[in-house]
Design a protein around this ligand. Structure first.
Ligand SMILES: [Zn+2]
Length: 227
């Protein structure tokens, strides 16, 4: 495949807004950029609430999406066709799914641009809106919005189910009693648990490994990465 140079604005936006981008090197960076181009090219981005979509929106949001599948496959996003972007927090970040839930087919992700930037700017607070919403897309890629994406091997489901369910129940139990590594929103249901655990996995890997080693291992196995 012929290598086209990356438009210089693109690398500027990535360096400015996508904090893990500068850490990517060699073959991984090449794959990231290949997926990024494909995602930007393939998905329809729409502005809402007065936001006019630019390549900067496309590139930064694609960066968040691609991060999750860097060691998987872009086909996890096959059913996702459109991304709607609002300028600001037009609602509480934790209620994002109210709007998302209306799009039953899950071909649509709705994001607030300011929340996307904020989530990426603080890379260690365990809260990343774009990552959260795209984790939901991975979850439903197999047709069920249940906190279990399509795993790599049939034999993986049993351990996954046990570990996820134990960790979910533990979070529900812990939330009223103590500070938790996972955001308490993860205690809402299994689907939110997977999305919140994914945020924590990428943003606070050390704490997660220390606090919930089995959960950490399952996410390593699924995402095929050790953050
Ligand atoms: Zn959610």
């Amino acid at each position: 495949m012929m290598k086209r140079p990356l438009p210089s604005e693109w690398s500027g936006w990535l360096e400015q807004h996508v904090p893990f981008y500068p850490d990517l090197t060699g073959e991984v960076r090449e794959r990231f950029l290949r997926y990024l181009r494909a995602f930007v090219w393939d998905k329809h981005f729409f502005g809402a609430g007065g936001l006019e979509i630019t390549d900067e929106h496309r590139v930064v949001i694609a960066g968040a999406a691609v991060r999750l599948v860097l060691n998987l496959d872009l086909s996890f996003y096959d059913k996702l066709t459109e991304i709607i972007v609002y300028p600001d927090d037009y609602r509480h970040p934790d209620s994002d799914d109210v709007v998302l839930g209306e799009a039953q087919h899950w071909g649509t992700v709705v994001l607030s641009w300011s929340a996307v930037l904020h989530g990426m700017a603080d890379r260690k607070d365990g809260h990343d809106t774009a990552l959260h919403e795209f984790a939901h897309v991975l979850d439903v890629a197999d047709g069920a919005f249940d906190g279990t994406p399509e795993l790599h091997r049939f034999g993986d489901y049993r351990t996954w189910a046990r570990v996820m369910s134990d960790a979910f129940l533990k979070l529900q139990d812990d939330v009223p009693r103590r500070k938790t590594v996972l955001r308490e929103y993860g205690a809402t249901n299994e689907a939110e648990f997977f999305a919140v655990a994914s945020e924590t996995f990428f943003e606070k890997p050390r704490q997660l490994r220390q606090n919930a080693p089995e959960l950490y291992d399952e996410l390593c196995r699924f995402y095929r990465v050790e953050p």
